[in-house]
Write a protein of this length. Structure first.
Length: 145
């Protein structure tokens, strides 16, 4: 593992993924009684998909740090971008359409929206940034000598 391989895009991916996971535990919607429900209580399948999207982004960061070859980090940054786009679409739908028994949106859904945008920006940047991290791109002879 070489943390010098991390680029700023992976930092955005990490921030977005962590923020999305945290947002799943924050209140998303309020009931008429005033009770607030988080994503795990209010959503049926979307919460699990959002968690998987965050996991894909974190996997891209881990692969960037652990792989000597650029192939897997490049593929994972593409996968992270698609996962981030899916997360953004799902959160936008949940912002626009409040589930039937709820009366209002809470701050958790807005944090999830910002996190999904950050994820998409980080994934896009990672996919577009072709320069290797400091620890990548050197030949075997240069790194051993």
């Amino acid at each position: 593992m070489d943390l010098r391989r991390l680029r700023p895009a992976e930092g955005l991916l990490t921030v977005g993924a962590v923020a999305l996971v945290v947002a799943l535990f924050l209140p998303w919607y309020s009931l008429p009684s005033g009770e607030r429900n988080n994503a795990w209580e209010a959503l049926s399948v979307v919460d699990v998909i959002l968690l998987l999207c965050a996991a894909v982004a974190l996997l891209a960061v881990v692969l960037q740090v652990t792989q000597r070859s650029p192939a897997l980090p490049v593929i994972s940054s593409v996968a992270a971008t698609f996962a981030a786009f899916l997360a953004l679409v799902l959160v936008v739908i949940k912002v626009a359409d409040v589930p039937g028994r709820y009366t209002d949106r809470c701050y958790g859904v807005w944090i999830a929206l910002v996190a999904a945008v950050i994820l998409l920006g980080g994934g896009w940047w990672a996919m577009r940034d072709e320069r290797p991290g400091v620890g990548m791109g050197r030949s075997h002879l240069e790194s051993s000598g």
